[in-house]
Design a protein around this ligand. Structure first.
Ligand SMILES: [Zn+2]
Length: 85
């Protein structure tokens, strides 16, 4: 079904830094989107992903997830390969 997500080297998780306990954990990219809430596995703090969030850990995670979705990491490794659309 998700053929675009089936690239073998594409990571399916990004690192999220909890602002409460400063402990990074990995969350699935598909969960890193507007309005989704996850719980820190270390301190159980509820983290809400939002582009308007003041939480730098949330901002970083959303940026990383967007970059991976857009194939930016692959394009950096393979500059001759274009990612149009
Ligand atoms: Zn935490």
């Amino acid at each position: 079904m998700d053929k675009l997500l089936a690239a073998p080297k594409m990571p399916d998780k990004v690192r999220v830094m909890c602002v409460k306990c400063q402990t990074p954990f990995r969350e699935k990219i598909k969960n890193i989107r507007e309005g989704v809430q996850v719980q820190c596995p270390n301190c159980n703090r509820l983290i809400t992903f939002s582009t308007d969030s003041a939480d730098p850990g949330v901002q970083r995670a959303m940026t990383d997830a967007r970059r991976i979705k857009n194939g930016m990491m692959l394009s950096i490794n393979r500059p001759d390969q274009s990612f149009v659309g």
